[in-house]
Write a protein that binds this ligand. Structure first.
Ligand SMILES: *Cc1c(COP(=O)(O)O)cnc(C)c1O
Length: 453
């Protein structure tokens, strides 16, 4: 609730010297320990050692850490300041006026960096720790290309080689981000590819395989394991990725304090869950301590309904079953996501900590079709002047619906969302929407194999 309505405030800027110096680790505050990752062969908790071949050591330490605050290394802090950070917190007054709502709507601007999404917050940290360890090359997967672009940029900053397996359908349809990665010096391959055994096996049975994030992850892991001085990087889902993203929420908390406002509703879209967790967890810390009644809502596409129609169970993170099993909301690691434009939300599973919080009732979730989220994004563009990513459009949809509810009830809720990406490389999707060519997808049946519970 806003204690002192600040009529003049439109954008809240946190000075650079007040940018947080530590990331927030929610594992320190969960009411019970997170179910551990399991070794798929033994179904026993996985020890972190085998993962050292796959990830930089400091990232594995962060993955299992239960320390509440983890220091941001000076070089990472410096790179954040140059993105630049802190990012502004904006009040969407024209949107409020258009909706004629008593609610207040705020959003955090994570699109104001050269790659246009929140992904550099972790890409910079991951590239840094790989550089410190003396690794020469990082390899990863990317769907629509946001993550690949961020890692390509960060790798260039820290002098690493970078290879990206890009889901073939995006590689063919969205050349913009492929080109950005190449300008940053990365090597970009359409997945499934002939580079890996798994890729070749898929192409043999179906030469026109469109690929998926799960397949691209399998290929990137196989590549990393097969090359010396190479490590794998993941753009979401894992604890350390969510940890790095908490810079968003830690800044936002300070910004809300600066204007003496407390958010009542915090919503965000979930692909693997990192931007929403990064924004929400510093506020969730208060809820876990019983100090706030803020509502948290995760928004996902109806085409990939992991938390709204999936199961909370152990599943693989990739299609070829190379990862440890993680307990999470999943629609099954063999699920082939339909070609919705929100490429960042086409992942079968969701981050374990976020899944835990949803399962325990600390958060709720909703799902939307793609035409309804593009309609919300159109309203935002025509009121606030901001063309968001199709992923972000899911948050906008929730915020608008909630504000319209407030109009009916007269409630003056403070609604806030993470504006996690711009849509300037998604204009064909907007074109399809404006010309009535956008299709909605909804799986009729979802079957999740039970591996372990
Ligand atoms: C990658 C991406 C997402 C989805 O990933 P999360 O880890 O859930 O944040 C959402 N929005 C944008 C703009 C993205 O680039």
């Amino acid at each position: 609730m806003s204690k002192h309505p600040v009529e003049k405030e439109h954008a809240v800027y946190l000075p650079q010297d007040e940018m947080p110096t530590h990331w927030y680790n929610i594992l320190a505050d969960l009411p019970e320990p997170l179910p551990p990752p399991l070794d798929p062969k033994t179904l026993k908790p996985m020890s972190p050692e085998p993962l050292l071949r796959l990830f930089a050591k400091d990232l594995i330490m962060q993955e299992v850490s239960t320390e509440r605050f983890i220091k941001i290394p000076d070089e990472v802090h410096d790179a954040y300041l140059r993105l630049p950070r802190p990012t502004p917190l904006l009040r969407a007054r024209r949107l409020e006026k258009f909706l004629n709502t008593p609610a207040e709507i705020y959003y955090k601007c994570e699109y104001v960096n050269p790659t246009g999404s929140h992904k550099p917050n972790t890409a910079i940290a991951q590239a840094y720790y790989n550089m410190v360890q003396g690794n020469e090359r990082v390899v990863t997967e990317t769907g629509a290309g946001q993550w690949g672009t961020a890692l390509a940029m960060a790798s260039a900053l820290f002098g690493l080689k970078c290879s990206v397996y890009m889901v073939r359908v995006s590689y063919d349809q969205k050349p913009g981000r492929r080109i950005m990665m190449e300008v940053h010096g990365a090597d970009v391959v359409a997945s499934p590819s002939k580079n890996t055994k798994f890729g070749r096996s898929l192409l043999e049975s179906d030469p026109s395989n469109h690929g998926s994030l799960g397949i691209a992850i399998s290929e990137a892991i196989e590549d990393a394991l097969g090359h010396d001085n190479t490590r794998y990087c993941l753009g979401s889902v894992l604890n350390h990725v969510l940890l790095h993203q908490t810079i968003i929420g830690l800044e936002a908390k300070k910004q809300f304090e600066m204007i003496d406002v407390e958010p009542d509703v915090i919503c965000g879209c979930i692909g693997g869950g990192s931007n929403f967790a990064g924004f929400a967890y510093p506020f969730m810390a208060d809820k876990l301590k019983g100090k706030s009644a803020t509502e948290f809502i995760a928004c996902e596409p109806k085409a990939v309904p992991s938390t709204t129609r999936g199961v909370y169970t152990y599943d693989f993170g990739d299609t070829a079953e190379m990862t440890p099993l993680m307990k999470m909301y999943t629609i099954g690691h063999k699920y082939q996501p339909p070609p919705i434009h929100a490429g960042g939300l086409r992942y079968h599973g969701k981050a374990p900590s976020l899944s835990f919080l949803i399962n325990k009732g600390y958060m709720t979730s909703v799902s939307y079709s793609q035409t309804e989220v593009f309609e919300a994004a159109r309203i935002l563009a025509q009121t606030e002047g901001m063309i968001t990513a199709p992923e972000t459009a899911h948050n906008v949809k929730y915020a608008i619906d909630e504000a319209l509810k407030c109009k009916k009830t007269g409630e003056k809720k403070v609604i806030t969302f993470n504006n996690c990406g711009h849509g300037l490389l998604d204009l064909q999707a907007y074109d399809a929407f404006l010309n009535g060519r956008l299709e909605d997808y909804e799986p009729s049946k979802i079957e999740v194999p039970r591996i372990a519970d």
